[in-house]
Design a protein around this ligand. Structure first.
Ligand code: ACO
Length: 324
């Protein structure tokens, strides 16, 4: 049997760091009131990285991918597939994955985007695992990348303080050693309205609302239940006990969601990788960025059992159980 094994990871955050105090001061100039204390208390977020105007998702994705290739010790021409998760693609088409493919010089790779918002990376990783297990790909680059600042309504203090920009990437390769040992995806389009960006381009005009809208309390309740149920299910299916997981790497939306989740699962807080304080919510990039941070600082080591979890617009959610 062929497993999809992680052989490298990388991350990229734009250099401009905006603290809660700086953001509050900028918003105050437009008559919008918020504070470091409110944001920290409700979300745990302390700062976010934001791109300069005009910087595109593919640029962040390419830098994260280059870091992952270097970490894996392979070159771009060894890739046979690139799967890129984003809700903020550069264009309607071509896909952002194709732009990254050209930028990397990955001349032997097919490339496509996956759209599952904050679950996008977990969706893309599950797809990569399926390709590798089926023998249709050997070495796959999986990226989560977003310029979420593009779709934020900076007059809506209930959402604009929550998000940041960034990209994370992993290289998965066929191996006889585990590897991904479990994965399960879910969706329920009946909950589309609690988190959406419902605009479009039609006849050369933006139609509908091009900004992110969210019912925060509904999302909170959905996220905690979905993540907890999904963790239990993927572990049960793999015959693994939750307490045997070394690291939980959930989507980084909000520290309160992560605290609820770890309590609900009975997993120690110190086994949960948390980057939301520094990165804010980077949607599809949040899980690979958190994974990369924890690999590079030495917490996640070879042989560890890691549960990666996404939840987001759609609604979509899912988990991947991975032996590093
Ligand atoms: N600064 C100051 N006050 C604010 C701000 C802000 N940035 N945002 C909202 N408020 C005010 C509201 O206007 C409201 O004031 P009022 O009582 O005078 O009407 C008050 O704070 C409470 O507002 P709520 O929306 O009820 O605040 P809540 O306690 O629910 O916290 C939050 C909001 C943080 C969004 C919370 O609902 C939450 O964490 N939800 C989870 C959603 C999330 O994390 N989404 C991320 C994207 S989704 C995903 O990634 C899966």
């Amino acid at each position: 049997m062929s497993y999809a094994k992680l052989i490298g990871s990388g991350g990229y955050l734009p250099p401009r760091v905006v603290s809660n105090d700086e953001l509050a001061a900028e918003l105050a100039q437009q008559g919008i009131e918020t504070s470091d204390a409110w944001i920290r208390e409700r979300t745990g977020i302390q700062q976010r990285h934001l791109v300069e105007p005009g910087v595109k998702t593919s640029e962040l994705a390419t830098k994260a991918a280059q870091a992952a290739l270097a970490d894996a010790g392979i070159t771009a021409d060894q890739l046979d597939l690139i799967i890129l998760a984003t809700a903020t693609p550069d264009f309607v088409f071509p896909s952002t994955a194709c732009i990254v493919q050209a930028a990397l010089g990955a001349s032997n790779a097919a490339a496509f985007d996956v759209q599952a918002v904050c679950s996008g990376f977990v969706y893309a990783l599950t797809t990569a695992d399926a390709y590798i297990q089926a023998g249709r790909a050997k070495t796959v680059l999986v990226i989560g990348a977003e310029v979420f600042s593009r779709i934020l309504d900076w007059r809506d203090r209930g959402t604009c303080v929550l998000f940041g920009d960034g990209a994370g990437a992993v290289i998965m390769q066929a191996s006889d050693k585990p590897g991904v040992i479990g994965a399960k995806l879910h969706a329920d389009g009946n909950y589309a309205n609690i988190l959406c960006t419902a605009g479009n381009v039609d006849q050369g005009q933006v139609t509908g609302d091009p900004f992110l809208r969210m019912d925060g309390q509904a999302v909170f309740k959905f996220a905690v239940t979905a993540l907890a149920d999904s963790a239990q299910q993927v572990c049960d299916d793999a015959g693994i006990r939750l307490q045997d997981i070394d690291w939980l790497v959930p989507h980084q939306a909000n520290v309160r969601i992560l605290n609820f989740l770890s309590r609900k699962l009975g997993v120690d807080n110190d086994k949960v990788i948390v980057t939301v304080a520094e990165h804010a919510n980077t949607s599809a990039a949040s899980v690979p960025l958190a994974l990369d941070v924890a690999r590079r600082d030495g917490r996640i080591k070879s042989g560890d059992l890691v549960l990666l979890q996404g939840v987001g617009g759609g609604f979509t959610w899912g988990s991947v159980l991975l032996r590093i």
